[in-house]
Write a protein that binds this ligand. Structure first.
Ligand code: Z5A
Length: 211
């Protein structure tokens, strides 16, 4: 049994990850590939409870370090319980956000040094990284406008425009460092054009999985 492929979706608020996840799911189903669909923070019972603490407004003033550590606590559980077992049995994993979000939000957004985040990444992931990351990039104003049409904002969504600007810049910096893994999708385009970009990036991986 070969190892599965680990694909993550990233982007600022309102980038369209949920919509693109639907598209990825149908591409994999059409190709007959078994996969696990999951998200962060969350993906396990403990992770989902941490997600409520992280996104809810009960602990609005939590420290940046507590926030960072809870992201990695959720991730450690997620890797052990779900992601690694799926990859080990040859399933693909589609994950809505992963560690690039930590560099972008806790690093870029909150101002925690990348080097400190890297210590936790090395500890929890032991070298594991996604095989492919689709970074849905768009201007912050457009993302917030799209997201604004939805329900009440969570603790992150309540941040100011400058916060999301820093998050976006951090994502772009990550993709400059790892251009092969982190592929930029122009999410400012209409939905049809965005989904076409995703298909063209993912199709070579689908073809190489057909033996
Ligand atoms: N977080 C963190 O800080 N550190 C970490 O390590 C991790 C996460 C893992 C939860 O994430 C929060 O956790 C997140 C970062 C933090 N906070 N924020 N912000 P989440 O992924 O669950 O929450 P989210 O970013 O708010 O994602 P979302 O609500 O799922 O939004 P989305 O998936 O990107 O957008 P969407 O729902 O697909 O699209 C938004 C709207 O735009 C919707 O009405 C669509 O129909 C529309 N749309 C989408 N694409 C288009 C195009 N191309 N044209 C026109 N309209 C479109």
């Amino acid at each position: 049994m070969t190892e599965g492929l680990f694909i993550t979706l990233e982007g600022i608020e309102g980038a369209g990850k949920t919509t693109c996840m639907d598209h990825l799911r149908s591409l994999l189903e059409q190709a007959g590939i078994a996969f696990l669909e999951t998200r962060e923070p969350g993906g396990t019972q403990l992770g989902e409870e941490l997600r409520q603490l992280l996104l809810g407004h009960k602990h609005t003033g939590m420290s940046h370090d507590a926030e960072l550590l809870m992201m990695f606590a959720s991730r450690a559980e997620h890797l052990q319980q779900k992601i690694l077992p799926a990859l080990d049995t040859g399933q693909w994993v589609l994950c809505d956000r992963f560690t690039d979000a930590t560099y972008a939000y806790q690093g870029g957004g909150r101002g925690i040094a990348f080097s400190r985040i890297q210590v936790l990444e090395d500890w929890v992931q032991n070298g594991l990284k996604p095989d492919l990351t689709l970074l849905l990039d768009l201007p912050v104003e457009l993302g917030l406008e799209r997201a604004g049409k939805r329900s009440a904002p969570d603790r992150f969504e309540s941040e100011a425009m400058e916060f999301f600007d820093r998050v976006r810049q951090a994502y772009l910096e990550l993709s400059r460092k790892e251009p092969e893994r982190i592929r930029i999708i122009d999410a400012s385009q209409n939905l049809e054009a965005v989904l076409a970009q995703i298909s063209s990036v993912v199709k070579p991986y689908l073809q190489s999985s057909i033996r």
